[in-house]
Write a new protein. Structure first.
Length: 361
């Protein structure tokens, strides 16, 4: 992600006062200001006692809103809870970006929650922060707690403000600002189709938000990918946007429905008409298999299975598949019974008056 292309209208900076050294905050805010407009700056902690009393002057200077959390019980994370509650409340307003300044791994769930709401989340903390918080953020910046030492032959001593401004940040994730770093080469479509981790993440995210007609809300799918698969990004494969990546994979299709962009996995098309798809090929139709498992997991179907000792009427099964957009002819079969007989996870039994189907165990 190139920070020069980012411009957020309302950024909320939430600072864990129990976890952050005051000398770093000015350079943190300078960094945040490059991302857009800071509309909220809050610092949380017990400001009546201990080390946090040192924040008074710098809070006044930088216009930080102090949220006083009395430490009634030593060792309890009241500060973390207050910060998290405020963040969730603010997420329902017009804030489009959250900067969480802390090295506390407890904020991993908060970061994930904010991202599911479509917010960008940036973390600022120490290099020793556990990985779960780092990957839960869109990007995580590592802070150096030490002020760079003065050179022994320096003729002039830098001012305190210059020292603070010189605090170093090490980028750990995708916010590439170094012009010397070469761009990632685009991965070709054939290689993308062989990337099991990527395809599984895409399919499962689409499956999670799919409606009866097989289509899923594109923005919800992307939010699901960002929150549940934070290490998978289109930029890892040389693409700037998820839509471009989906188009290159060519296993998915998009269309506008009621002013919403929708996505689904393309229905399988047999290249040779009238030639049935062999059983081995059908075992690779992951979307079809996922849909079958979903059918057998429906509460109403479970009741029928219990009633019939694990068996389901073929007519009911065919109706369920048809509602999901399937037609047996797309696989080269004249009816759902013939299709089911060639799917390895299913077993079919014919009775004098009815045909039954069940999952193999």
């Amino acid at each position: 992600m190139n920070s020069t292309n980012l411009s957020f209208n309302n950024i909320a900076v939430l600072i864990d006062g129990d976890n952050i050294n005051a000398k770093n905050i000015e350079s943190i805010l300078a960094k945040v200001s490059t991302l857009g407009t800071i509309a909220c700056k809050r610092i949380y902690g017990d400001f009546k006692q201990g080390k946090l009393t040192t924040w008074d002057d710098i809070s006044l200077k930088l216009l930080l809103e102090q949220v006083h959390i009395p430490a009634y019980v030593k060792g309890k994370n009241a500060t973390d809870i207050a910060l998290a509650i405020d963040a969730v409340d603010l997420s329902y307003l017009d804030y489009d970006c959250f900067c969480i300044v802390s090295s506390d791994s407890d904020f991993s769930i908060l970061a994930k929650n904010l991202r599911t709401k479509g917010k960008k989340v940036f973390g600022f903390g120490k290099s020793t922060t556990v990985e779960s918080f780092k990957v839960a953020c869109d990007d995580y910046f590592v802070m150096d707690d030490t002020i760079p030492p003065e050179p022994s032959n320096s003729a002039t001593k830098p001012t305190p403000s210059q020292q603070v401004t010189d605090t170093f940040f090490t980028q750990k994730l995708a916010m590439n600002e170094s012009a010397s770093e070469p761009p990632i080469a685009r991965v070709m479509p054939q290689q993308l189709k062989q990337n099991t981790a990527l395809l599984n993440a895409c399919r499962q995210s689409i499956q999670h938000h799919r409606k009866n007609n097989g289509w899923s809300n594109f923005s919800k799918v992307i939010s699901h990918l960002n929150s549940d698969y934070p290490k998978i990004s289109p930029k890892n494969y040389g693409y700037s946007k998820w839509r471009s990546l989906f188009n290159q994979i060519d296993l998915f299709e998009t269309q506008m429905q009621n002013n919403l962009l929708m996505i689904r996995q393309k229905p399988s098309q047999n290249k040779t008409k009238n030639l049935p798809t062999d059983a081995t090929t059908l075992t690779q139709e992951q979307k079809l298999l996922d849909d079958i498992y979903e059918i057998f997991a429906k509460p109403i179907i479970k009741k029928l299975l219990t009633k019939n000792q694990g068996w389901l009427h073929m007519g009911q099964f065919g109706s369920e598949l048809k509602n999901k957009g399937y037609n047996p002819t797309q696989f080269g079969f004249k009816n759902f019974t013939k299709l089911a007989e060639n799917i390895a996870i299913l077993k079919v039994k014919r009775q004098p008056s009815v045909i039954m189907i069940a999952l193999r165990t």
